[in-house]
Design a protein around this ligand. Structure first.
Ligand code: CO
Length: 204
């Protein structure tokens, strides 16, 4: 199965990342194929979550894959398919660092609720409720924000640039370097989504 192209901020089709998505009404084979391909695309990226607008699709759909139990040594992964998700309760607040497949090279500090209760439908349209805590709750909030056209950079309290590094054992990794502002697409953004400038599109 071919993976889908990920829409990144500033790239082709990126307007879709800033728009609220349309509710799913058709739970047929087309939706199932979209979910399967989104999961493949997310795994290949690799990422923990992916929302439909990130693959250029205007639908209220997200997939997430995360260990079922963080303390499980076998690290059994669980896939969550969220169709038309809504957060119906949230509690607590914690600042944490997150990244986004549509904003490569950048991470952001974002305040998120530490507990959420959400309502969604599965791929066959059956409604379910789900509780999530801490990091998993953060992932759900990030993906559901995508479905409203909201990006992590709209809520960031601090932005960081990822810089490749090699440690003394030759292991490759990244350092997150705090930055004052960053170009997100054609907008120069400061923390908390403040727009510091807009690049005028060149005429064609
Ligand atoms: Co994202």
């Amino acid at each position: 199965m071919a993976v889908l192209e990920i829409v990144s901020v500033g790239g082709p089709q990126s307007e879709i990342l800033a728009r609220p998505t349309t509710r799913v009404r058709d739970f047929g084979p087309k939706l199932h194929q979209l979910l399967d391909r989104m999961l493949e695309t997310m795994r290949e990226a690799p990422g923990v979550g992916l929302a439909a607008p990130q693959v250029g699709v205007d639908l209220r759909v997200a997939v997430i894959e995360y260990p079922d139990d963080e303390d499980d040594p076998e690290n059994t992964m669980r896939v969550y398919e969220l169709i038309n998700p809504e957060i119906i309760r949230s509690k607590g607040a914690e600042c944490g660092q997150e990244g986004c497949l549509s904003i490569p090279g950048l991470v952001a500090d974002v305040d998120r609720a530490t507990y959420i209760l959400l309502r969604a439908q599965d791929r066959n349209g059956r409604e379910f409720r789900l509780k999530a805590y801490d990091w998993l709750a953060r992932v759900f909030q990030h993906e559901i924000d995508h479905l409203q056209g909201v990006l992590m950079t709209d809520k960031a309290t601090q932005l960081y640039k990822l810089v490749k590094k090699t440690d003394e054992n030759g292991e490759e990794g990244y350092d997150a370097i705090p930055i004052e502002e960053a170009w997100i697409g054609n907008r120069l953004v400061r923390a908390e989504g403040k727009v510091a400038g807009v690049q005028v599109a060149s005429s064609r």
